[in-house]
Design a protein around this ligand. Structure first.
Ligand SMILES: [Zn+2]
Length: 164
């Protein structure tokens, strides 16, 4: 592997395909994310969005409950390398593969760091958010906020195959 960072070796965005892939998957307030936030709000939960849980950590959580030290990440299937939906772009494939693997490793590091710092971290696959799953997701968050989630399975929501 070359010593240059993944970012430094990024395929030029002038490559039309790379550009299309980047734009299509940019995320940031996707529909499932909006629906999730709306459901939490309807349940009476008040949160901050797109906040850094820990200043030292260069990462922004999609939904943060600062008082309860609970944060939620909604992971897009492309950037976080979902095993059901991630399809590696054919052009610059090896770069993308490395990039997504690095993203996954970073997700793990961040989750670990936050948990060590006393945060309850909930990671949800974007594909797991749908009208049917939303009530369960809200319950999951309520339990986490109530401290009941401690010691329970911390498997990422949406890891098992669910039909959307
Ligand atoms: Zn997925």
């Amino acid at each position: 592997m070359s010593g240059k960072s993944i970012r430094a070796r990024a395929p030029s965005a002038s490559s039309p395909l790379a550009r299309r892939v980047m734009i299509a998957n940019w995320g940031g307030n996707t529909a499932p994310e909006r629906e999730f936030r709306r459901a939490l709000h309807q349940a009476g939960l008040r949160y901050r969005k797109d906040q850094k849980p820990e200043q030292a950590l260069r990462c922004t959580a999609d939904i943060v409950f600062p008082k309860q030290k609970t944060c939620i990440f909604i992971d897009g299937c492309f950037w976080h390398g979902c095993r059901f939906h991630f399809e590696c772009p054919k052009v610059h494939g090896s770069w993308w593969k490395e990039k997504i693997q690095a993203n996954r490793a970073r997700d793990k590091r961040q989750t670990l760091y936050l948990r060590k710092s006393g945060w309850t971290v909930i990671r949800v696959w974007e594909h797991a958010i749908n009208p049917k799953s939303l009530p369960r997701l809200v319950t999951l968050v309520e339990e986490a906020l109530g401290g009941c989630a401690r010691g329970r399975s911390r498997r990422k929501f949406g890891t098992s195959r669910t039909r959307n």
